[in-house]
Ligand binder design. Sequence first.
Ligand code: ZN
Length: 158
Amino acid sequence: MIKKDQVVSMTYTLTDGKGTVLDQSGDEPLEYLHGHGNIIPGLEKALDGMQVGDKKKVDVPAAQGYGAYDPELRFEVERSAFGKQAPEPGMTVQLQGGGRQMIARVLQVGDEKVLLDANHPMAGQDLSFDVEITGTRAATAEEISHGHVHGPHGHHHH
Ligand code: ZN
């Protein structure tokens, strides 16, 4: 049964409010450590107590998913800040500021200014997950102390 400190394997299909598929698990199920905030809060809460073989449709409103769209995270920077690298719409860039890193997408490129958007691409979207639980196991002490899964492909950190 899914509870804190269990490693959960599941397959999923993620659709938006209109039924468009946004994401789905690949050949191998997704594995995550339950109860450590590794997946969005609305989904993690709904999976609590499920058993292997259980299927569920989980609707996650934007507020419990990737949050509301924040217009203040849309801003312009000087094109010269990109140096020799030519910014293009759709590109993802990493920004440093105030001691933290931020990922932003390039929306528009002008002669002098570049418009960026640091919202999560799924911010403001209601999400719907079709999940099937394919496995659970107790996490190792090391996984619990790290707060994430060490999968079959070895120990890798983000
Ligand atoms: Zn680790």
